[in-house]
Unconditional design. Structure first.
Length: 147
């Protein structure tokens, strides 16, 4: 207690401390409902707004993730559809080209056969004429040799 007395005297605390403390408690109890409850309501409202905003942000984030997944799924489906369509068109074009090539091959083959038959016919005609003339030529040759 001897140590506390100089501190109390240095702080100029006297017997009115108890009265001041009592008045402080009285005013605190009177003013607390007026100020602190209102401050508590404001704090609760702010906390509700921030918590709601955080929950709202989570909901929006979840919705954005869902939309991103749907977007990716649609892109993948569209890509797959375009690949299928391209494959289908490519196969159609290739089949048309094969048909055109086959038709041209047949046309060229028929032209070849026609020309070949004409050439063979000309050769046989010339051979026949040469063979018919061969007797005349042979007799002419024999006459020239015997002369």
């Amino acid at each position: 207690m001897d140590m506390i007395k100089p501190i109390i005297e240095a702080l100029l605390i006297d017997k009115t401390v108890l009265i001041q403390f009592g008045l402080l408690l009285l005013f605190f109890n009177l003013l607390a409902p007026l100020f602190f409850k209102r401050i508590q309501e404001i704090l609760e409202i702010r906390e509700g707004k921030t918590t709601k905003l955080e929950n709202n942000a989570h909901a929006v984030y979840k919705q954005a993730e869902d939309l991103a997944e749907q977007y990716k799924a649609k892109i993948e489906k569209t890509h797959q559809d375009s690949q299928n369509e391209n494959h289908k068109r490519k196969s159609e074009i290739l089949s048309k080209e094969k048909e055109l090539i086959k038709a041209e091959e047949e046309k060229i083959s028929s032209e070849y056969e026609d020309r070949k038959s004409k050439i063979l016919k000309d050769m046989t005609d010339k051979r026949v004429t040469v063979m018919t003339e061969a007797d005349k030529l042979a007799s002419n040759l024999v006459e020239k040799l015997t002369k």
